[in-house]
Design a protein around this ligand. Structure first.
Ligand SMILES: [Fe+2]
Ligand SMILES: [Fe+2]
Length: 152
């Protein structure tokens, strides 16, 4: 659904990321904002931003995990595993960054840029439909710009 993201181009919130469930779109916009800053920041700002990312990721993943657990969303196990894997990597990278390993942190940022559209397309959008259906009894209407629809 989403077009490929060039890992070196700063991530920006775009229509192609919209899943149509407001609370999820809101938290995803925050994810894109922080990761975008990490792509372009100076080395000395990485540690502060990584800290911010970890705080964000904890809240983001906990919220989605809770939605899945509370509503007994059937395919929740692999989705929760992916969240845990990202958070664990972030904490490992934080340890390495404290020892001055900026390159590994940059690599991790690239991995996040690559991971987010796939995770959103394959796992989050299914959860969004499920949550939307429970709240409003239908599939979310997703409005995209023509450009994004063509690239999808
Ligand atoms: Fe998400
Ligand atoms: Fe997720």
């Amino acid at each position: 659904m989403n077009s490929m993201q060039d890992l070196n181009v700063q991530m920006k919130w775009r229509d192609a990321y919209v899943v149509g469930y407001g609370p999820m779109d809101h938290i995803h916009e925050e994810f894109v904002g922080i990761v975008g800053q990490m792509q372009t920041c100076a080395d000395e700002d990485l540690s502060e931003l990584l800290q911010q990312f970890i705080r964000h990721a904890r809240a983001h993943f906990e919220e989605e995990n809770n939605w899945m657990i509370e509503t007994q969303f059937p395919p929740r196990a692999c989705h929760i595993d992916q969240h845990n894997a990202v958070l664990n990597s972030a904490m490992e990278v934080q340890q390495l960054l404290m020892q001055g390993d900026y390159a590994m942190c940059r690599k991790f940022v690239h991995a996040l840029v690559d991971w987010f559209p796939n995770h959103t397309d394959h796992l989050d959008s299914a959860l969004a439909h499920w949550m939307f259906k429970r709240s409003y009894g239908g599939k979310p209407m997703v409005f995209r710009t023509i450009e994004d629809s063509q690239m999808a």
